[in-house]
Design a protein around this ligand. Structure first.
Ligand SMILES: [Cu+2]
Length: 475
């Protein structure tokens, strides 16, 4: 049963039988604006752009067969019969219109990860829209800004881990770095078949996966790691010419995997974090969690055939692989990267331009604890509450909001805020890893986009098991 159709929890029953019955019912989509259960009046979201779109695209979600390697095929869910889904590419400021047609036998939506769209376009089922029923079409329209490397994916249940994802590139009109060509590198974990929560008998035939235990984590039984939908036996090839500067747009589209990324024979200059420009920083590797993106530039000054490799930090599958191949290469097998010695740290990231509205002391601060739920069931909580059975975080328009997170579990949580960029250290991002074992991260954002916005862990299994809250604008 989908989470949003579970029997009413004790908290919901208390709300329904209390004095705030109408407020609690206003939590259904389609009733904006209303009161929010706490008695506060909700702020009407920004409306969707109504101008003629610059680009119109159709994405049909349907089941089909993928072949991630010549000898391997499986049934997947896909957009337009492609996995990953088609690359959507527009210019900064363009209006993009996407008709999502649902040819699945399940409800679905699309979320535009990282893009601060108007709230009704954000694709969160039962929060910003009714899910799109089987056979129906829903049109998403939004202005694609700011420029950056993004991705789109279903936000219903565990559908992201079934293949419903694709890259979204918003090209800057005036890039702060020069490059001659570019490749998009979507890194993913490969799960044939239907994803399930451990509590529903998922993740390895009902058993606990690696690293199990009360306080530990489980990971689905992935059958490999992918770059652009390919297993390492049949890696994608990125051709380069000697002397070129090559931009690589890395997207971690995995559902439960943190990757460490290296390229043999080349230093990487990190130029963007979550699509936002940073002062260029030279590294030989970086680590990113589900939902994070990095853009890097490499200088093609070392002819040959070189492996680009992404290792699962918390899994033992063979690394995902691509090949960087010079036009002049002689066909020798790719050389493997040496071990990482100069790995990117968050502290290295310095945004080119600052975020408005977050200087000085915050108007409102939330202190939130991230932890594994107590008891036998597989739940993940924020301050002891498991979504959707969780209180909204109420904020007012124009506020400088701070969220301080402390991770009381041993595993990392890549936390993602919808609808806003946030400041973390000197960087501007939309997703940030909170390290395990009492790791602490503080983010600051400007409340400039009214609506109901999900704030959640981008480990899909943690999200589906409750690690989410709705940030709600009230008057
Ligand atoms: Cu998590």
């Amino acid at each position: 049963m989908p989470r949003n159709q579970r029997p009413l929890s004790r908290r919901s029953l208390l709300q329904l039988t209390g004095a705030t019955t109408l407020g609690a019912l206003a939590g259904c989509a389609g009733q904006l604006p209303g009161t929010d259960g706490g008695g506060d009046r909700e702020v009407t979201p920004r409306s969707t752009v109504s101008v003629e779109p610059d680009t119109s695209v159709s994405l049909t979600a349907a089941s089909g067969t993928i072949r991630p390697a010549p000898e391997t095929s499986t049934t997947n869910w896909m957009y337009e019969g492609q996995f990953p889904g088609p690359e959507l590419r527009v210019q900064e400021g363009d209006v993009l219109s996407v008709d999502l047609t649902n040819d699945l036998r399940a409800e679905t939506t699309i979320h535009w990860h990282g893009v601060p769209v108007a709230n009704p376009m954000d694709g969160v089922p039962n929060v910003t829209q009714d899910p799109v029923a089987s056979g129906d079409t829903f049109t998403y329209t939004f202005r694609a800004e700011p420029a950056g490397t993004y991705f789109y994916h279903s936000h219903v249940g565990l559908q992201l881990d079934r293949g419903l994802l694709g890259p979204l590139i918003v090209e800057e009109r005036d890039p702060h770095v020069e490059y001659d060509r570019e490749y998009v590198v979507v890194i993913d974990d490969y799960l044939p078949g239907e994803p399930k929560l451990p509590s529903d008998g998922g993740m390895g035939g009902g058993g606990m996966g690696g690293g199990g235990g009360m306080m530990g984590d489980v990971r689905p039984s992935y059958e490999g790691l992918l770059i652009n939908g390919r297993l390492p036996e049949d890696p994608p090839r990125f051709e380069v010419a000697e002397g070129e500067r090559v931009r690589l747009r890395f997207v971690n589209a995995a559902s439960a995997t943190v990757f460490g990324v290296r390229i043999a024979g080349h230093e990487m200059t990190v130029t963007h974090a979550d699509g936002r420009p940073v002062e260029p920083v030279d590294v030989d590797s970086f680590v990113f969690g589900a939902g994070e993106r990095y853009d890097v530039v490499i200088e093609a000054t070392n002819p040959g055939t070189w492996a680009l490799q992404a290792d699962a930090l918390d899994g033992n599958e063979p690394p995902a692989r691509a090949v960087v191949e010079y036009e002049s290469a002689d066909g020798e097998g790719p050389q493997r990267p040496s071990s990482a010695s100069n790995r990117l740290q968050y502290g290295d990231l310095q945004a080119i331009s600052s975020l408005d509205g977050v200087s000085g002391e915050p108007d409102r601060t939330f202190d939130l604890t991230l932890s594994r739920g107590r008891g036998q069931s597989y739940t993940w909580t924020i301050d002891g509450q498991a979504y959707p059975d969780a209180d909204p975080l109420r904020i007012r328009p124009g506020e400088h909001v701070r969220i301080r997170m402390t991770n009381q579990s041993p595993v990392v949580h890549p936390m993602h805020l919808h609808g806003h960029f946030f400041q973390v250290g000197d960087a501007i991002r939309d997703t940030v890893i909170v390290p395990g074992r009492r790791g602490q991260v503080t983010i600051d954002f400007h409340a400039d986009n009214p609506g109901r916005w999900l704030f959640h862990c981008h480990n899909l299994y943690h999200l589906d098991a409750g690690m989410a809250r709705v940030v709600r604008y009230v008057e």
